[in-house]
Ligand binder design. Structure first.
Ligand code: FE2
Length: 510
């Protein structure tokens, strides 16, 4: 869809969802992220397209994030002389916190499951194929049903439906589909891509050699994954601010590490080691499994200290109140929390949220937000349970390796029908878009810091000691570590609270 913003704006021509997409696309073209509330306000007011352009010319000219405040500003500016009033004399300050997108958005009620899942996968394909079609190294892709009309070099973007090996020569046969049809393609076994791991339903761009003879199968020459672009906009804060990343508190469990937690509280109150670092921490992100929950695994009741789910959240509130009230706490749910387990998960319900302190922002799993302008995507990490068995060499002890695959596929949970239940929503909120500056997960109960194409990868640690259930599943916990990220350069400081005295154990270079 092309938007001509110089012409007379006609927002009524767009249905609501398309208008949102069009506005997002317009801001994206100008390398701007949009706060969710800003987008909602813009779509609800008259002439959103004209005002979007005014924002870019005015208050949003020199900042990476378009905020609700900027939208309010352009709608309240005097209509007679909008241009001078909105001249970018003073750049708007970058907000300390901006919600960019939650993965969860409720769908229309009453859809049949088949229709609903069809819409989900169509959404995944649309978003990922848009990313691939924008790639300069992928020749212009053609629809699957037109492949035979393009002899010689050609390309398609398709979703992988099945994969099999030929009996004799062990070449791969990929069956891929798009909205127009399905086709079988041959990937010779000596190609590097034939040795990579493939995920069902992943969306890829394929360079092809299409033979003139229609009895011969088209051959895959090159495989392109959606990937993180090497050249892209990254965001850093110009303020001396830091974020603390935690995960998997599991409050209510007998094995919650209360002594280590007390050390963490002392550190944040500037009463422990490195108070000068603690002073600069403005945000805390907690990547799910806030409480241990009820009935999550067999015989869990033996491991529980608090047997009532509401009481577990009361305890969560009490623990979070121990942290300094000046902190901005951003929490997402995980598979142990009392929300629908299908992903994307909504934020905690009002009944359990009520007991949390006022400085807590409860958002869905996953969620993308900007902290001091730095884009953070938080995802609990349930899909590790499906991806680790599917990726050769992957393990719970090195979850950041799996996160690299997520980024290459630009999807947090690509496997359908495994251990990660997927919610049949009209928009696939598990696609990674935009690319964050920091991707954080939990779930593995270990700890990892890594980087991939400029994205900082964190697997935040747990505050629960190793349980018998984890031992049975061969998971070695690395508890009570905290990652402190400097938002000015994305350098990482790791604090280990598992010892008697907390210690700085690693300092990751930017
Ligand atoms: Fe957990």
């Amino acid at each position: 869809m092309y938007l001509v913003l110089d012409g007379p704006p006609a927002p009524e021509a767009f249905p609501h969802r398309e208008l949102r997409e069009a506005l997002l696309g317009y801001f994206r073209e100008h390398q701007k992220l949009v706060e969710t509330e800003a987008l909602s306000l813009l779509t609800a007011r008259p002439e959103p397209l004209r005002h979007a352009r005014q924002i870019l010319d005015g208050p949003g000219a020199s900042v990476p994030i378009i905020t609700r405040g900027m939208v309010e500003l352009v709608y309240t500016a005097p209509a007679a002389a909008p241009a001078p009033a909105l001249a970018p004399a003073e750049p708007s300050p970058v907000p300390a916190y901006a919600l960019i997108a939650e993965g969860y958005a409720p769908g229309p009620p009453g859809r049949q499951p088949l229709e609903a899942y069809g819409a989900l996968f169509a959404s995944r394909f649309r978003t990922l194929s848009r990313i691939l079609r924008g790639r300069s190294d992928l020749p212009h892709p053609v629809p699957v049903k037109e492949i035979r009309q393009h002899e010689g070099r050609s390309a398609v973007v398709g979703m992988l439906r099945s994969l099999r090996q030929t009996a004799e020569k062990k070449h791969l046969i990929l069956e891929v589909e798009d909205e127009t049809g399905c086709v079988e393609l041959l990937l010779p076994r000596d190609r590097p891509a034939a040795k990579q791991s493939w995920m069902p339903d992943e969306v890829v761009g394929l360079e092809l050699e299409v033979p003139r003879d229609r009895n011969r199968i088209p051959v895959v020459k090159e495989v392109h994954r959606p990937e993180v672009p090497i050249h892209r906009d990254t965001h850093r804060s110009d303020r001396a601010r830091r974020v603390l990343f935690l995960s998997d508190l599991h409050l209510g469990s007998r094995s919650f590490l209360s002594e280590s937690w007390a050390e963490l509280v002392a550190f944040l109150r500037e009463e422990g080691p490195a108070p000068e670092i603690a002073r600069e921490i403005a945000h805390v992100v907690i990547a799910g499994d806030l409480v241990d929950g009820i009935g999550i695994y067999p015989n869990q009741e033996r491991d529980l200290a608090i047997h009532d789910i509401f009481d577990q959240y009361v305890e969560l509130g009490r623990r979070l109140r121990e942290l300094p009230a000046r902190l901005n706490l951003v929490v997402i749910p995980g598979n142990h929390d009392a929300v629908c387990p299908a992903e994307p998960q909504p934020a905690l319900a009002a009944e359990v949220r009520a007991g949390l302190p006022e400085n807590v922002r409860t958002v869905g799993n996953p969620t993308t937000c900007a902290l001091e302008g730095v884009v953070v995507e938080a995802y609990h990490g349930r899909s590790f349970d499906d991806l680790i068995p599917a990726i050769p060499g992957a393990s719970y002890s090195r979850p950041t390796e799996v996160m690299k695959s997520m980024l290459a596929m630009r999807h947090l949970a690509p496997i359908y029908g495994g251990r990660t239940p997927l919610a049949p929503l009209p928009r696939d909120g598990l696609v990674i878009d935009p690319v964050p500056d920091i991707l954080v997960t939990g779930h593995a109960h270990t700890y990892g810091v890594d980087r991939y194409r400029g994205v900082l990868l964190l697997n935040a640690s747990t505050w629960q000691a190793e349980t018998d259930y984890q031992k049975m599943r061969n998971i070695t916990a690395v508890p009570a570590r905290a990652a402190v990220v400097n938002l000015a350069d994305l350098s990482v400081l790791t604090l280990d609270f598992a010892r008697n005295r907390p210690a700085v154990v690693a300092d990751g270079a930017a």
